[in-house]
Design a protein around this ligand. Sequence first.
Ligand code: SF4
Length: 361
Amino acid sequence: MTNSSTIFDFKGMFQAYVDEHQKVWDHDRASTLGASEAFGCLRKAWFDKRGEDAGYKPDEDFVQGWGAAERGNIMEEHWVVPVLETYNPEGTRFHFGSKEDQVTYVYGANSATPDGLFTGCSRDALSLYGVDDLEADCFLVEIKSIDPRSKLDEEKAIHHGQAQQQLGIIRSMTEHKPMYCVILYINASFYDEITPFVVRFDEDYWRSARIRAKQLNAAKDAKDIYAEGILMDGCEYCKWKTACAGINKAAVPTKEKKSAFTEVQLQELRDLARQERQADADMKAAKERRDDLRVDMKDMLSRAQTKKASDDHFKISWVWQDGRETVDTKAMEADGIDLSKYKKKGNGFEKMTISYSDSVE
Ligand code: SF4
């Protein structure tokens, strides 16, 4: 029996481990646009690098969880890299795998830390994945552990961009000239679900990554960069939502000006409105078509009394999900509970209403 207190805080123990094992970068990350950021929301990248110095405050209630990042590190270090280093075809070699071997390459205002590079490859090394000619004796590897609920028909756009920047930098800065990067998605729950996507180097993409890094550096304020996250559904895990919404709000004019446009500009706006309405109608028609196809699939599954169907090319799963438990605030208020001190106003958002008609009233 010990006389000193030995109180265990299991969550705290893991937190302490993560705090002590934070990756230390040997270059100033604020000075470059990393490959993983290059095709994400550029305004977010600006906020992350300069926001606090410029006086912006991150959202008070934002909590940066470390679970997903740590899951990725553990999977990479203890599962994927040992396999890639050991079970690779004879004559090939895997570089950058272990933490000690990782290198961050800085090319102007862009940077990349590749997960891996296979060298000593034959031209048909990726023939199982539709690449008959590797066009080099090497290729890059990017490792991603993914949430089991993720839907993957192709690599995510942000990962495609990351692969392009890595290829561009490795090709520009080393003796290796890989033309391909394999993005290996590994299901975080079912380790045997491994989905490789192959990305071929595209010079235009690489050029645009360099332009984006220059735009980032040239921006004096977050308002100088478009809020791209809104378009790419990328705001959920951003800690700058309030600051960003403030900028967007300030950009919306509050007065209506008569004769603000010339006839030529009006014509341009009219044409944009016509195209936007047509795109909206196309989207609605595509959604209706999708819904009809889903009804047909449900009919077939229902008739066969099965919730799943699949072959080598497709997977369909049809399940019932229980509704989420919610708190009935109206009933609480009706019972005399004062909720006013718990209420908070969310960030506002832009709203644009557009109509177009070929006929003139
Ligand atoms: S809130 Fe969205 S648009 Fe704004 S900086 Fe964050 S990710 Fe970008």
